[in-house]
Design a protein around this ligand. Structure first.
Ligand code: PGA
Length: 250
């Protein structure tokens, strides 16, 4: 059984004050909800506040990125030990905005993934094809390559806690969601590659989330697909009532 994960990626939105105001409104709306894991990804400046305010609730908070080393002369970076020290146990890795605008590579995602696992932080690795790759019939090749390079030299035992988010780049922030069937097909490609890189058991147990213009109106049909184990939500996770409706999909 794969417990669904509904995650909110706040990107570069919300000050600490706004983040805490979100929690004040959101926590009562999802109180007692245990069907799905709920994880928020605020900016680094809000993360510690959100973790503290959500303590003892059914909501967790994670970082949007991290470095793979514990410390060093790397201006602008945050390390796994620093995240652990504030109670952070989840991290997003390889988000397409990191890849497109900040030159993130899957070689680095691989280093970060290994560091996260070594520090007991659950990594959510984002993969997904460009519109041009889909149109050229390269979706499968792209997804397989991304999964394989992220998991290079990661043992099956280490891959146990991994979560993957399938986020087709053409669907992010565009309002055009992948249809449930297209998403499910991509998820099954990713699962096959996981079986190839690790074991069938790991592939069967890994949660694969869909991300890209998820809204209260389309989450239900996405979650009906057996291959889809949750969602990574950007824009619609910024509004407490919308995100609560997504968490409570039927
Ligand atoms: P979106 O973003 O829901 O606003 O499309 C998803 C994401 O980038 O994780």
């Amino acid at each position: 059984m794969r417990k669904p994960v509904i995650a909110g990626n706040w990107k570069m939105y919300k000050t600490p004050k706004e983040s805490l105001a979100f929690l004040d409104a959101f926590l009562p709306l999802v109180e007692g909800h245990t069907r799905d894991e709920i994880i928020l990804f605020p900016t680094m400046s809000s993360l510690g506040y959100v973790i503290d305010a959500a303590q003892g609730t059914n909501v967790r908070a994670g970082a949007q990125n991290m470095h793979w080393l514990n410390e060093g002369p790397y201006t602008g970076q945050t390390s796994p030990t620093m995240l652990v020290s504030i109670g952070c146990r989840h991290v997003l890795l390889g988000h397409s905005e990191q890849r497109l605008y900040f030159n993130e590579t899957y070689e680095r995602v691989n280093l970060k993934l290994k560091a996260a696992i070594n520090h007991g932080i659950t990594p959510i690795v984002c993969v997904g094809e460009l519109l041009g790759e889909r149109e050229d019939g390269k979706t499968e090749e792209t997804l397989r390559t991304q999964v394989r390079s992220a998991l290079r030299n990661v043992s099956s035992n280490e891959a146990r806690r991994l979560i993957i988010a399938y986020e087709p780049i053409w669907a992010i922030g565009t309002g055009s969601t992948a249809s449930p069937e297209i998403a499910a097909e991509a998820h099954s490609i990713i699962r096959h590659e996981l079986a190839h890189c690790c074991t069938q058991q790991i592939a069967d147990g890994t949660r694969i989330l869909y991300g890209g213009s998820v809204k209260p109106e389309n989450i239900g049909s996405l979650m009906k697909q057996e291959e889809i184990d949750g969602a990574l939500v950007g824009g619609a996770s910024l509004i407490p009532t919308d995100f609560a409706r997504i968490v409570q999909y039927q």
